[in-house]
Write a protein that binds this ligand. Sequence first.
Ligand SMILES: Cc1cc2nc3c(=O)[nH]c(=O)nc-3n(C[C@H](O)[C@H](O)[C@H](O)COP(=O)(O)O)c2cc1C
Length: 321
Amino acid sequence: MFKTKVTQMLGIKYPIVGGTMASISNADFVAAISNAGGIGVLHSIMYQTRDEFAAALDRVKKLTDKPFAVNLNFFPARFPVSQSEYTEVMGQKGVKVVETSGHTAPPPELCRRFKELGMIWIHKCAGARYAIKAESLGADIVTVVGYENGGAVGNLDIGTLVMVPTVAQKLRVPLIGGGGVVDSHSFVAVLSLGAEGVIMGTRLLVTQECPIHMKLKQALLNATELDTMVIMRSVGPHRVWINEVAQKCAEVEATGASFEEIVNLVSGEATRRTYYEGELDRGVVPCGQGVGQRHDIPTVKDLFDGIIKQASEIVTKLARS
Ligand SMILES: Cc1cc2nc3c(=O)[nH]c(=O)nc-3n(C[C@H](O)[C@H](O)[C@H](O)COP(=O)(O)O)c2cc1C
């Protein structure tokens, strides 16, 4: 029932992209998402050397024979990597799908290189004008996320319900939509708005295979739609889970903190301690408004199979009514 242009182009079973997540989307998690019928997106900047990155690609390929993608990061980063060098590594390793995201589109020469290497290029953004720009640069698929999104929300503050159809009407290439997709209802909603696929991040944090600490998974299970806030307005707005450090970030920003002060607060060792040691108030955790809508910790496969089964029932019921 849910065969779309996106499933055809990417060669995947379900039109579901597992949103790339900084410090989380490692080879094993990406492979689990791809093996479950969606497409996992490796977060390349997690690997600070060419050799580590190449080894991560080898590991994904060892763990799955299904399609997967690699994200190239165009957000400001404390420790950037060379996008052109990493693109060449991806070419050598036979990566077929590249996703870009960030405050800017990739430079035109890199966009051309994606094509020369035969990759499908997906660009993720948070607004119609950026989507149109990406299409004009040659993006094969565009992903757009609304204000509910976990992580970067852009500056426009447009919710998914308006964002997705607005962008779908303006593009010729297929669109993936997200921000708040957590279950069969939001899956059907986003497809009905004109997307050919959905992206989900926050819901995947609370799965068996997600590598974060169980204490953090439990805390997110107990969270509600009121437990996120947008911080970093001055450097690039991000929706995050409300904890002590998120509130501290908002406080220092209000007093005109510098880019360095903010970035030092929201990244690095503190984030690792929260994700992997379960110290809940140490680091900032990107998190969407869909958090807490479900109260179980399924495998990714059970999550995706359940979404598709219930989505089919919803569509059938709607058609009968
Ligand atoms: C913990 C976390 C980390 C994320 N890190 C990134 C990132 O580094 N780069 C990026 O493009 N998107 C990042 N995202 C956004 C996701 O890829 C995806 O667009 C988003 O989660 C979809 O919205 P949802 O969270 O409402 O499902 C992150 C999201 C979360 C929840």
